[in-house]
Design a protein around this ligand. Structure first.
Ligand code: TXA
Ligand code: MG
Length: 310
């Protein structure tokens, strides 16, 4: 398959590839995922190799329904309560059922699994047709921007991975990750489901993992989601050599996350506009984005994208 763009809409063929241990990129409501049969270590290994991902960084498992989830993880009453957001952009880190047959590479040796039911009809159809839980990180090379279109996936992997095209991702940022340990609920990653909505459903505030909680969510390295261009944040007066990424009123901006100041629209546009400006500018200045609601995830991704590369 080297070098040829491989967009497909043939779910049965792609499902057969997955069952045969191949990797397939597919759309979700958050970002595109790079999927493999989560019970097949050889297949999962291909994800790590293709992404250039460190092996200590575990993968999210995608299932089609609660029955499938129950085979893999302990669904405590509290976990079930949080599962009201499924299908949707919420990953729950739950205790793994050892007899479930998940590859140890998926969990990177942890006794927990990050799991979710994606809210995208093609993702659900692909999981059902494959008949397997699908391990899927975002479909980008490790440390790079997450893809929100099939074209970005093709470009990132140089056409070497088949992609199921589901159009532009609705949410545009990754799922919110919540660890449930007994009665303790901790947000490991801000994401497309605002923390406020989860807190409202539970009727209480939830903890936020410390900035350096590298063990709790190994993927949360500081430099992540990095464009090639240098990024400057909270800029209201861009320099002459900077492409300005606006939010709200931003006269002269090269692109605008949301001219009306809508955080949902801004989240949807975030990675696509960073991709776009990255192609044409070597310095990007980003306007301030409020921190409430989806702004928490947007600011988190921007901070990582701007962090010094290690
Ligand atoms: O929206 C999303 O979540 C997308 C789509 C494709 O579903 N996926 C995604 O995967 O963002 P990825 O691999 O880019 O991020 C997965 C994150 C990593 O930070 C990883 O460390 C964390 O989930 N994670 C996975 N399993 C975990 C576990 N058992 N304990 C703690 N963190 C875990
Ligand atoms: Mg990622």
């Amino acid at each position: 398959m080297t070098g040829k763009a491989t967009v497909s809409s043939d779910i049965d063929t792609l499902a057969a590839l997955l069952r045969a241990g191949e990797i397939v990129a597919f759309p979700t409501e958050t970002v595109y995922g790079l999927g493999a049969d989560a019970t097949n270590s050889d297949a999962v290994l291909k994800i790590y190799e293709t992404k250039g991902r460190p092996r200590f960084n575990p993968l999210i498992v995608h299932v089609a329904d609660l029955t499938m989830a129950e085979q893999l993880v302990e669904l405590t009453p509290l976990a079930r309560k949080l599962a009201q957001f499924w299908p949707g952009p919420l990953t729950l880190v739950l205790r793994r059922k050892v007899e479930a047959g998940l590859s140890d590479l998926v969990t990177a040796g942890l006794d927990t699994v990050g799991i979710r039911i994606p809210d995208h009809p093609l993702a659900l159809a692909l999981i059902r047709a494959a008949g397997r839980p699908l391990a899927a990180p975002s479909a980008n090379r490790s440390g790079k921007l997450s893809p929100t279109t099939a074209a970005q996936v093709i470009k990132g992997f140089e056409g070497n991975v088949p992609v199921l095209d589901g159009g532009p991702a609705q949410a545009g940022v990754e799922s919110t990750i919540i660890a449930v340990d007994g009665e303790t609920v901790t947000q490991l990653r801000a994401g497309a489901l605002p923390r406020e909505e989860i807190e409202a459903a539970l009727g209480r505030a939830i903890a936020i993992a410390a900035e350096d909680a590298a063990i709790a969510a190994p993927g949360m390295m500081l430099s992540h989601y990095a464009p090639n261009a240098a990024l400057r944040l909270n800029v209201t007066q861009p320099g002459p050599d900077e492409a300005w990424l606006g939010f709200g009123a931003a006269p002269g901006a090269a692109a605008n996350l949301s001219p009306t100041g809508d955080l949902r629209e801004a989240a949807r546009n975030l990675f696509a506009m960073l991709h776009q400006l990255d192609g044409v500018a070597s310095r990007i200045a980003v306007a301030p984005v409020p921190r409430h609601g989806l702004g928490e995830a947007i600011n988190d991704r921007l901070k990582r994208a701007a962090a010094p590369r290690g």
